[in-house]
Design a protein. Structure first.
Ligand code: SF4
Length: 345
């Protein structure tokens, strides 16, 4: 038996939700939501079965990345590392290369570290409770609950951005912190926790969307206190703007790339085009200009070709890489984007 907070677990089993007021309303809500989910759920590759390895991988990839962007990477990653044993035995560089383009590379490093622990300490078998899953590297409260409920039917609720928005609109008020988890647990259908959790997230992702929700197609319309967008008290996030320039050097089918320092705070050990020192590229014409956003910064990225190497930052860490080898290297997302835009990858 896992050791989840007693109050949350109890309220989940009893179905006593503050937003839905009575057990009967909670039951109706669950029935309608699940019927809608079974009829309308998206056909996603990680929903094919309940293999905890596949579910874990999808949950980690989906953190900070949209479903549409994850689908292709997911299939390729599974092809390369079809089991937790194969992932544990891989070199870090290969794991990062397979992750390259998805961004937030710490996720890939933690995934790799957790695979090693799973194989070494658990014989490759996943723990089946959220409490035990949380002990693995890179698995937090949300991910542990998602794996435990979807793969092992443990009655434990998840809270992500989608669930938070749905819960707040249903309740018609701001709910935050631990209260969100308690409310999610109270609404959860303990007999089908994995499907119910996915149904809540699916509703938030496809119907109860940020901005203008599609209330006319909502299966739980009659349970909702808001039926429309809630007025947010928060201010819109302001992106910082920055200009950055890179150099593209190529000769006989090779590109000159540099490796980020192993102890760099961001994307350590990954390969990228050499960055140019500020405004030192003189009159060289930009080969490409694109925009790239990372967390709170909006970059205007210039790529210049054929420029004297002295203006390149850190040329000593650079190497000529054959074009055919690029796909095997852990490239930064921006470098991958640039090479793709130039049809070189
Ligand atoms: S009725 Fe509208 S606001 Fe309420 S849960 Fe459904 S989609 Fe969201």
């Amino acid at each position: 038996m896992h050791t989840m907070r007693k109050s949350a677990y109890k309220s989940g089993v009893a179905g006593k939700s503050n937003a839905l007021k009575s057990a009967a309303r909670a039951r109706r809500f669950r029935r309608r939501l699940l019927a809608w989910y079974y009829a309308h759920k998206r056909d996603l590759p990680w929903r094919e079965n309940r293999d905890p390895y596949r579910i874990w991988l999808s949950e980690i990839m989906l953190q900070q990345t949209r479903v549409a962007a994850v689908v292709g990477y997911y299939a390729k990653f599974l092809q390369r590392f079809p089991s937790v044993e194969k992932l544990a035995a891989a070199r870090e560089e290969s794991v990062l290369a397979a992750w390259s383009g998805l961004g937030y590379y710490r996720r890939a490093r933690m995934l790799h570290a957790a695979a090693k622990v799973l194989v070494k300490a658990h014989g490759g078998i996943f723990p089946n409770t959220s409490e035990d899953l949380k002990k693995l590297p890179g698995i937090g409260r949300y991910t542990a609950a998602a794996i435990a409920s979807i793969a092992f039917a443990q009655p434990v609720a998840v809270v992500d951005g989608n669930v938070e928005r749905v819960l707040q609109r249903i309740a018609g008020r701001e709910i935050s912190g631990e209260h969100l988890w308690e409310e999610a647990q109270a609404i959860l259908d303990p007999s089908q926790p994995g499907e119910f959790n996915q149904a809540m997230m699916e509703l938030g992702a496809t119907v109860c969307v940020p901005g203008q929700p599609l209330c006319h197609s909502c299966p739980v319309h009659s349970s909702c206190a808001t039926r429309g967008p809630r007025q947010s008290a928060g201010k819109a996030l302001r992106l910082r703007k920055r200009e950055i320039s890179y150099m593209l050097r190529r000769k006989s089918g090779s590109f000159f790339l540099v490796q980020r320092a192993k102890n760099a705070k961001l994307m350590p050990g990954m390969w990228e085009l050499p960055e140019l020192a500020d405004k030192q590229f003189g009159k060289s014409k930009a080969l490409l200009v694109l925009r790239h956003s990372i967390t709170v910064t909006d970059y205007r990225v210039k790529v210049v070709e054929d420029i004297t190497p002295e203006v390149v930052l850190n040329p000593s860490t650079g190497k000529w890489i054959q074009e055919g080898r690029l796909a095997q290297l852990p490239l930064t997302g921006l470098t991958r984007k640039i090479l793709r835009s130039l049809k070189m990858l």
